[in-house]
Ligand binder design. Sequence first.
Ligand code: EPZ
Length: 433
Amino acid sequence: MTVAAASSQEILKPHLSIDGSSRLSGVLRVSGAKNSALVLMTASLLTEETVEISNIPNLTDIAGMKAILESLGVEVTRRGDRISLTAANLSSSQPPYELVNSLRASFFSIGPLLGRLGYARVPLPGGCRIGARPVVEHIRGLKSLGAIVNVDQGLVTASLPGGMRRLKGTEIVLDCPSVGATETILMATVLAEGKSTIENAAKEPEVQDLANLLNLMGAKISGAGNSTITIEGVERLHGCRDYSVIPDRIEAGTFLMAAAITRSTLKVKPVVPEHLSSVLQKLRDCGCDLNIDDDGITITPGDLRAVDVTTQPFPGFPTDLQAPFMSLMAIAKGTSVISEKIYENRMQHVAELQRMGASIRLEGSTAIVEGVPSLCGAPVTGSDLRASAAMVLAGLSAQGNTKVCGLKHLDRGYDDIEAKLLGVGARIERYSN
Ligand code: EPZ
């Protein structure tokens, strides 16, 4: 198939058409964090009172989580960026497979369901394109708290043994600092009897955000954001009014890289700098000047030079920004080595960047990127949420037109990305045909 034929076929799919190499200017607004908002919504299962959360991003994943919680009997109303959740009358403890399968964060609801009802039956989340993504740590933690957990025919059933009214607090040591497992176990322990500790806990800001909400609801959690979290179980939690989700650090990092790759001075806000310290360091190392003020970051790119990156759990360089950063390194002077250590299959954007003229050699999950003067526009497809974002960045920088397919991935994690980029001068248009 010739490229021309491929491009005419791909034009038929919904895509973003981007005319590249235009400078951007102005301010890019960052929405609330997807990977926090989703989990905060499941925390509403822990009380019969109303939980109100603001700064909720407008994403398909949020709509998906709303549907899942409603299938359990939670009343969910959304007004603008505010969402109100009341789990007074839960009618089910088994979210439907077809909803859970597409939304990994919904599996985390097994923790609060077990903590609140003493029973939960949640479909095993499928792996996805980036890796197997097991939930062994989640299950081990729930078993340590006294639950009986069985996995059968794709369903995870967790229950309390006869006569046990509540989970029993204990010491839990995670084999790996899994974000989801830390969140699942945290939500299970807040109503458990007695004290629990989670060792080797994930330190991500989203974990801290969840602990802050739970404490506002009456939980007694200390140490979130460190590798040991301590929880004193309480009898019940109450609702809360107007908890605001933290800004999305991955969206902020993506937009800072959009400025760098188009050599544009841009302000990105709001940003919590300490949520992105490893990324800010890499942006400085590759030649960008960053001015941090009280609500955001202004980036002024210099001559881009290659730097190496290895993805790590927080506070290391986040895996969710590995693909966007590779787009940036594709046009930096010199050779960069980018290693993906979190997921076993998160290099699918390499082939798409090569189609745009990037010079990348892949050795397993390590990419050796030789910077080229510029990329050439082409029809490309994003294979997951962050790979799609990487292709948008590459298109913004490339000579000519790029058509980015894979919008169903992009819309899961970036709230109205084309409107935001249009607002700072990008030549980008969505074709939803
Ligand atoms: C969260 O996924 C995020 N998703 C991911 O964001 C993010 O990439 C990931 O954390 C790492 O930061 C949400 O929060 C909804 P993990 P999660 O459990 O919790 C292994 C995006 O693009 N692992 O920390 O599923 C696992 O295989 C998404 O926004 C086990 O081995 O991530 C992976 O290699 C993608 N056993 C690593 O840990 C387990 O029991 C990180 O997984 C659990 C995980």
